[in-house]
Design a protein around this ligand. Structure first.
Ligand SMILES: *[C@@H]1O[C@H](CO)[C@@H](O)[C@H](O)[C@H]1NC(C)=O
Ligand SMILES: *[C@@H]1O[C@H](CO)[C@@H](O)[C@H](O)[C@H]1NC(C)=O
Ligand SMILES: *[C@@H]1O[C@H](CO)[C@@H](O)[C@H](O)[C@H]1NC(C)=O
Ligand SMILES: *[C@@H]1O[C@H](CO)[C@@H](O)[C@H](O)[C@H]1NC(C)=O
Length: 267
């Protein structure tokens, strides 16, 4: 599908320069809103160790010949098989959750072929080496969107958090100059590490120092303490499935789901 207006296209072009640079190891998510893309010759790479377990490396390569190829531990595991079908091919995700590989601006050469309601969607290279599409967005932090530090970063902490994950006090997610931290006093804080400015927080407090965050199968994010008592909840749920919480490049925390499409189920 064509981009409906010039404003999203402008944002898309702007973010082209900021995301998914060759050699930058931090990007592995594409968004429908504000739109980003995987450009000709670019590569997404995932080689993180969520919860200390080394799953990677995985790479998604938008080859100049128009084939989109996925590698896991150096082996080719999936491809769109679209070699030679066009020039300047790039991958986006639309507002119905469909991933589309197109050439010369508007001509689709491959589609993920699953759509859902109008909304905001995310396409990602998952920790298990598969691709996944999640959405629509069901919850978002209340801070205003902005643009992250344009410098590529060598941070190796994940910026995506999946349903069933439980994380204790400490760093939860990090993307470039943004960091989500569960502090010792149980306040969940989103910081700009360049300025130390707090962008968003749950304003929770517990003297027990035993708190943790978790995202459940219905897409609800919690801060809990005392084993299971709820200090804070995002208050939005949807159908039982898999969800992701993403610390986006625009400093917003967004929960997307359910999982709409994948090349490799988690189980
Ligand atoms: C691409 O081709 C391979 C090998 O023939 C096949 O296994 C795979 O399913 C194809 N990919 C898609 C997206 O159809
Ligand atoms: C996409 O969906 C259409 C309609 O259901 C079907 O005819 C087509 O074969 C599908 N394409 C792929 C690549 O799965
Ligand atoms: C990341 O890059 C900075 C600046 O180049 C360097 O000081 C730091 O040690 C690097 N961190 C890692 C984990 O490689
Ligand atoms: C969630 O709902 C509860 C009960 O209605 C309310 O006390 C709490 O403030 C809400 N939390 C948020 C983050 O909106």
């Amino acid at each position: 599908m064509a981009f409906p207006a010039s404003v999203p296209l402008l944002i898309l072009l702007l973010t082209f320069g900021l995301l998914g640079r060759p050699g930058s190891a931090t990007d592995f998510v594409i968004y429908s809103d504000p739109p980003t893309a995987l450009l000709p010759g670019q590569m997404f790479h995932y080689d993180l160790t969520p919860q200390g377990i080394p799953y990677g490396p995985a790479s998604l390569v938008m080859q100049p010949d128009c084939n989109l190829v996925l590698y896991f531990h150096g082996e080719k595991t999936w491809a769109t098989n679209t070699s030679g079908l066009g020039d300047n091919c790039y991958l986006t995700i639309d507002s119905h959750g469909e991933a589309i590989l197109q050439h010369n601006i508007h001509y689709p050469v491959w589609r993920s072929n699953v759509t859902s309601v109008l909304g905001s969607y995310a396409f990602l290279l998952q920790w298990n080496g598969g691709l996944g599409i999640y959405g629509p967005a069901i919850w978002s932090s209340s801070n205003a969107g902005e643009l992250s530090d344009p410098e590529p970063s060598n941070i190796t902490t994940d910026y995506v958090y999946y349903s069933y994950t439980v994380l204790p006090i400490g760093k939860i997610l990090e993307y470039k100059n943004y960091k989500l931290v569960l502090r010792d006093d149980c306040n969940l804080v989103l910081l700009d590490t360049n300025t130390e400015e707090i962008k968003w927080q749950t304003n929770t407090y517990s003297p027990l120092h035993d708190c943790f965050t978790t995202l459940d199968a219905n897409g609800e994010l919690f801060v809990k303490h005392n084993r299971r008592d709820i200090l804070w909840r995002s208050n939005v749920t949807s159908t039982s499935n898999l969800y992701i919480l993403v610390l986006r490049y625009d400093a917003k925390l967004v929960i997307y789901g359910p999982q709409l499409w994948t090349t490799k189920p988690f189980w």
